[in-house]
Design a protein around this ligand. Structure first.
Ligand code: SF4
Length: 409
């Protein structure tokens, strides 16, 4: 429970390490010991100031970060089973983030941001706070990106996005919704902006299987939950993947009264999904079929099958991913539908078509994170630059983009 008495107890247990492993493990590199030290001394405003300066999406991170693999799990005290649960402190402090009155002083510069997901929001808040006139465009009817589109409401309280919308408004950010790049406007329409930030996230889903009528993309399920309810009720569904998207899909489909298995080529302990997501999925009755690599989809005598190959994992090594070794042992799993959730990727199709020099210099541009186009500088950020990642990593990338933008413009 996040009340002041409890977070003070948490802060008092921190050792204030000289080389804090928690900070190293936090994608945002939040100054955790310094924040905890402020709380120890009842300097709550200073603690908030440090957290809000470091992270513009603290409200989201405090709900969705994988703490076991970052601050709490990497804390020096975690070895004794007593890792400092900084996420509880963050959740307590973050409550007032959107009431934060940032100092605004106009610097006469303006920036267009395309994409109002986690990295676009991070950029918009930071730049508006630093005095830029910010114009934020998004293809959806609401801000939030995947938080709006595909994170299930049982995992994230979407009303938080209303608070972010209000904060953007308070900061004077001009938000243009239902505007799709390439359909409703082009980069050339933004030629009055010296700087443009593209924070478009990922657009494509990876696939490892042959296309059939009973194969469905996981993201499309999460985006269109209502349209799948009748299809999946009472059916046997195999979800392929071991990440948080696979867990979200499995838990969403389970709520549609389906029998759900997760098929993963490694074991549960090696799955990239957070421990909490995996535990919740297990507790909700989802069955894990481990160490099975999907091979192909088959229909025989009106029955659908997923053919899988048994995988063997190399000896456990806590410092490296286990190697997976095919055993040559195949089996067929019956199913009604197979849902793939094996990853997403950014698409640069628009830039490749609109700007021929982008296609020619793509690798260098992606390494730099920005390029010049006529009189403009175009930055790429978040998952659009680094590929599908966590919310914290996408926001941390946006922080780096802002730093670079302020350095070179
Ligand atoms: S690693 Fe743990 S004990 Fe050390 S500074 Fe971070 S939270 Fe405090």
């Amino acid at each position: 429970m996040e009340n002041y008495e409890n977070i003070k107890k948490i802060a008092n247990n921190c050792l204030n390490c000289k080389k804090p492993l928690c900070v190293e493990a936090c994608p945002m590199h939040n100054p955790i010991p310094s924040i905890l030290n402020d709380i120890k001394n009842d300097h709550l405003d200073m603690a908030k100031d440090k957290l809000f300066t470091s992270s513009k999406v603290t409200l989201v991170c405090s709900k969705l970060c994988d703490f076991e693999r970052s601050c709490a799990g990497k804390c020096i005290l975690a070895k004794k089973g007593k890792g400092i649960p900084f996420y509880m402190v963050e959740a307590y402090l973050a409550k007032s983030f959107c009431e934060n009155t940032f100092v605004k002083s106009q610097n006469g510069k303006k920036v267009a941001i395309i994409g109002a997901g986690i990295s676009g929001i991070t950029c918009a808040i930071s730049l508006a706070k630093d005095g830029y006139s910010v114009y934020l465009f998004d293809k959806n009817a609401q801000i939030g990106g995947v938080l709006t589109e595909s994170i299930p409401s049982f995992r994230f309280d979407k009303s938080i996005l209303i608070n972010y919308a209000k904060l953007l408004d308070d900061l004077g950010v001009k938000v243009y919704l239902n505007k799709t790049l390439g359909q409703d406007f082009t980069l050339d329409d933004l030629n009055s902006f010296k700087c443009i930030i593209m924070a478009l996230g990922t657009q494509g889903s990876r696939s490892v299987l042959n296309k059939t009528a009973f194969l469905i993309d996981g993201i499309s399920v999460l985006k269109n939950i209502d349209s799948y309810k009748a299809t999946f009720a009472k059916k046997k569904i195999l979800v392929i993947g071991g990440g948080n998207v696979a867990m979200d899909v499995a838990r969403t489909v389970k709520r549609m009264d389906a029998m759900v298995h997760i098929v993963y080529r490694r074991d549960i302990l090696s799955a990239p999904a957070s421990k909490k997501e995996i535990t919740d999925a297990l507790n909700e009755g989802i069955i894990f079929d481990e160490c099975l690599a999907p091979i192909k989809l088959i229909t025989e005598n009106n029955t659908n099958y997923l053919e899988v190959e048994k995988m063997q994992l190399e000896e456990h090594d806590t410092h490296a991913k286990k190697a997976i070794i095919p055993t040559g042992e195949f089996r067929k799993m019956t199913c009604d539908y197979v849902i793939e959730a094996v990853g997403e990727y950014p698409s640069y199709e628009y830039l490749e078509k609109a700007i021929p020099t982008f296609a020619q210099n793509k690798e260098t541009i992606l390494a730099n994170g920005y390029f010049k186009y006529h009189e403009q500088i175009i930055f790429l950020t978040g998952d659009y630059l680094i590929g599908a990642s966590s919310f914290a990593k996408a926001s941390a990338m946006a922080n780096k983009t802002i730093k670079k933008l302020e350095e070179i413009t």
